[in-house]
Structure formats: C-alpha cells, structure tokens
Design a protein around this ligand. Sequence first.
Ligand code: ADP
Length: 277
Amino acid sequence: MTNIFEEKKRKQEAINSAMSKIKHVIAVASGKGGVGKSTVAANLALSLAKKGYRVGLADADIYGPSIPTLFNIENEQVMAAEIDGKQLMLPFEKFGIKLMSVGFFVDKERPMLWRGPMAANTLTQMLTETHWGELDFMILDMPPGTGDIQLTLVQQFSVSGALFVCTPQQLAVADVRRAVNMFKNDQIAIPVLGLVENMAYFTPKELPNNKYYIFGKGGTEALAKELDVELISQIPISLDISETNDSGNPISLDFSSPEAESFMHLADIVIEKTNIK
Ligand code: ADP
C-alpha cells in the first residue's frame, strides 16, 4: 500500500523542482466569474513584460478559460518536447510572454464536470509539466471562487501574493470578501497585494478627464478598508478593452491608450510589492 504522506511529499517535491526557476507566482483571483479577472491577468502580464521582466501567464480557470481567446491562439496545438529527459509541454510565446491554458485540455462544448481533486490534479500537472524556463513572474489566472481547487493551488505553488479583481456591483463585492478571507486565513497566509476594481468608471473619449462612476462609487474602497487590504487599482469600463479582448490583441499592446496606463500602474505596484530587482 502506498503511504499517502510519502506520496504527497513526493508530489510537492516535484512541484517545487518544476517551479524552482520561477521567482514569483502572482495569483489573480476573484469571488466570481465574469468580473474581468483574465483581462487583468493578461494585461498585467503584458505590462510586466513591457518593463523587461520574463513573464509566464498560466490560465487555470477551469470554469471559463479565456486566455486562448484573449491571445487568439484558440486553434493552436500544444506541442511537447523532451527536456532534460522529461516530456514537457511547450508554452506558446506571444507578445513577449509565455502562455499555457487549461482551455487546451477541456472540451469547450461540454460544461466542466471535474470534481475538486481531479481538477486540482489536472491544473497541477499543467503547471508543472510546462517548460516555463526561467521566469521573473508567473501570473496565475485562478478559477473564480473559494473552493478546494483554489486552496490546493495556492498552497502547492507557494504564491508570492494575490490580487483580487472585483467590480463595483454589490454581488461581486460580497463574493470578494469571502475570497480575500480565504487567502488571509492563518493556515494559508498568502500576502494579499490588494484589490483591483475593474469596470470602476467610464471615461468618454471626448472628455478624457472625466470619470463617471456608473456602477456606484466608494463601495470597493469601503470594502478594502473593512478587509484591511489596499485598493491598488481602478480600471475603467471601456469598449476598447472589450474589443481588443475579442480580437486577441489585449489593450496593453497599445502603449498610448489610457487603459494601458492603468495596467502599467498595476504592474508598477506588483513590482514594488514583490520587491523584485
Ligand atoms: P473573468 O476572467 O473574470 O471571467 P474576463 O476577463 O473573461 O472575466 O472578462 C469578462 C468579459 O468582460 C469579457 O467579455 C471581457 O472582454 C469583458 N471585460 C473585462 N473587463 C472589461 C473592461 N474593463 N471594460 C470592458 N469590458 C471588459
């Protein structure tokens, strides 16, 4: 009979060795889906790369993997190669970052029916069996919510810090409270880098200095205070973000857009908080 403690230890050692060339894993989490978690993860990854860091973006959102769409690689095939005697998957390289997504391993037509341990195992395998090489940052696009899968991921991958994406609508705010508390739990104790409020305001192109808080103002700020975390970034709702997402050319590729500036600012904060040189 296999000793489960031995097996767990072996598994953790394999994970540690696979991740040993990655300086910081930053989890991008959310209480629920559809709040713009992948948008933030993708644009943060691109902004960090623009600053010269070596970046990987791992899409672990089993419920709605959107990285293949955001980077227009949906119809690509995952290739493998033998590296140091091991068969490893090769990440896609696009716009200066390395990409891998659970979306390549699930059937789009069918809803995800994996139960917790099976999903966690698949994600662990995807992360550890990809040839990431040396990275300064791995941005981990987490599955939304606060279940066992999320817990397993953050515990196994020694996450340096977590960002929480929420929107000003009340429901998302209530969900994020649960998610932040999961990370802050004594047994998990992952540093919470802060809240990112997505779709926070609207700025019409012809009035670039105006901010209209169409979904309400101040809710996320109050929540951040209550949870004792920082509200580190507010991203506008913008047709350009949505259109560039759909076309597979995330907004941060356009250096001059004000939205790209918001993500660049977020990258600066992540760099500062992880104290990376
Ligand atoms: P999640 O990863 O939380 O499920 P996504 O990043 O996939 O969310 O975004 C959900 C939808 O909202 C997508 O269609 C995306 O293009 C759109 N979206 C996200 N952020 C914004 C924004 N700031 N402005 C406009 N549309 C956005």
